[in-house]
Design a protein around this ligand. Sequence first.
Ligand SMILES: [Zn+2]
Length: 684
Amino acid sequence: MQMKSRALAPFAFDLLPLGSVQPRGWIRDQLKLCAEGLGGNLYNFHRFVKDSSWLGGDVEYSPLRESAPYWYNYIVPLAYILDDNELKKQANQFLDRILKNQHADGWIGPEHTKHGRGIWARCLVLMGMVNHAVADPAQYNRIVEAMLSFTKLANSMLKDNFQGLIPHPGDEFDEFCITRAHELSTSLQWLYDQVENRQDKILIWDTMDLAWEASRVGDRDWSKFFTEEQFPKKPAAPGSTLMKHVVNVSEALRYMPQLYRMTHDPELVAHTRQSVDMVFKYHGTTFGAISGDEFLAGLHPRRGAELCGTAELIFSLSYMYRLFGDNSYADRAELATFNGLPAGMTEDWWAHNYLTQSNEVWARNLENWPFYNCGGRALVYGLEVNYPCCLVNHSQALPKFAMNAFVASPDLRFIAHQFLVPAEAKIPVTGRRPIYIISETHYPFDEKLSYEVETDQAFEFYIRVPEWATKGTTINRASGNEETKEETIEVDANNLYKIAIAPGKTAFTITLNAEIRVVPRPNNAVAIYRGALLYAMEIPHKAKVGPPTHFAERKPLPDAEYSPKLCDVEYTPTADWRVAIDPSQMHFHRSEVKGNLPNPVFASGAPPVSINVAGTKISNWELEGDCAGLPPANPAATGKPFGVKLVPFASAKLHISEFPVVDLSKDKVNLQSRRPSHGHCVLM
Ligand SMILES: [Zn+2]
């Protein structure tokens, strides 16, 4: 390995201590729904957490024993970002138990035999422990000590023919461990910067080197996968290697960034950007997620994106933006968080799906499904609609995203609003009063961001300006009663707008310039965006509610064990969805919002924004199996044109977001109407 030094490459921006950034407004409402829904309740009622082998039971859905570790990895940031005492109690009980039961040789977890000891689930526990140590200084020492003791053991295991990562005869764990070998360094790099003892530093560094070496020996070198020669440009064929598994790909986007932190090889920076662009070029959905219905699934809008793949993608993109400062990662992270993630949840966060499609005309049990191997129930919303990974991992996405709202340089000379959601930060400063920053905004449902800053010390404040807003974005510097006027702002090469903050109080407002964007999709189709939201036609539908069913047995789960809020929900359309649009005739509409946005903001009809576009029914859009086929390149229009109402994607559980295109320039359609005629025109 190329090794210039044994110092880790720094992040462009560091996270602020967990808990010092608090979400506000609509994103706080969403996080609270997560906490009051499945996310905050699995510990109380679900067997894969409550009765898992980590908590004294014996219920696991896989020999990786990953369910409670997935849960712990998200419950810590969710608890501390909401300052929720009940969730902190859950996290603390888990931590107490696993530290008390740490084996004499350093192993963390319920496994007692060499063959049971796969390292992978430890990576999730270590990520939870890092956040726990940062959020609660009282836990710091014992966590660092436990991590160090585990690292000593991991080092000896990896020196013994990469035991714990590469499966050997008799091992109970499978190749997921080696496919995710780089995940060990996600937390060990943090640990490396905590310890001062030279021997400890050498041990941690060498352990990470052994994990990189294991990935090469085990044929899981992701830097070779993300190349023109090797990267799959088509949907994965049956029997594919786990490197084409969408959750692994989403996690592996951090393979090169984390390796870069150790090698400082600039080639890895460029290569990382290429890897992300390549994934989206060949497997990008309209809604910001990677298409993978278990394995990479290409560009057809009937293929699906797995919910926990989207959660991992958001974490990877946030990490990469913070490390490299390349705005494209942040734009992509916001797109997935505001569109793909909430599309996978019911509005109250008590049910999730396994797959979301760009064009989804049924969310029912399909008989003739197009997925790699997810089966017909993957589109249904519920508790255990498919393999349980998405159940125990979807809640990771939002708290880890929100942690990144404000970030800073270690010396606090630079503080940045990275993800533009409403949030406030109270940043401790040694020997002085904390720095307070509040961002009040309905973004991405509005483009106005009002800031209030109070500080005893000067600093540079950076506001990330998304790529779509780099032209025409303005600032209004309100100052007392003086007349203020808007000025157009300039951003730097990293899309940052910099404003010098002097001691005292400062207030100003940024207005991002959002315009409707028409983005080409395969077969002459288009997707419609404005700002960070994807707009889709909601297909009128009815819901069929049933009891939650067991993920493998497909039988109703016993009532007594489950909250009455739990159910499985299928959606079937009550109107035709075969519509083509003319994007040359569009009108954006925003309803006035007094006070807070509606909660839940992604309920059907709740978002205050919509786009009316001229459209027409068409006769030649066929079904492929039980899904909408590819949008026809030459749609055959029938009937009179009308206004089609498009709404934020996640608020439309059945939806079209990739539209065939027609030329309706001869028919001017009235798009200003508050009630577009789509409702009655497209009824079957
Ligand atoms: Zn999953």
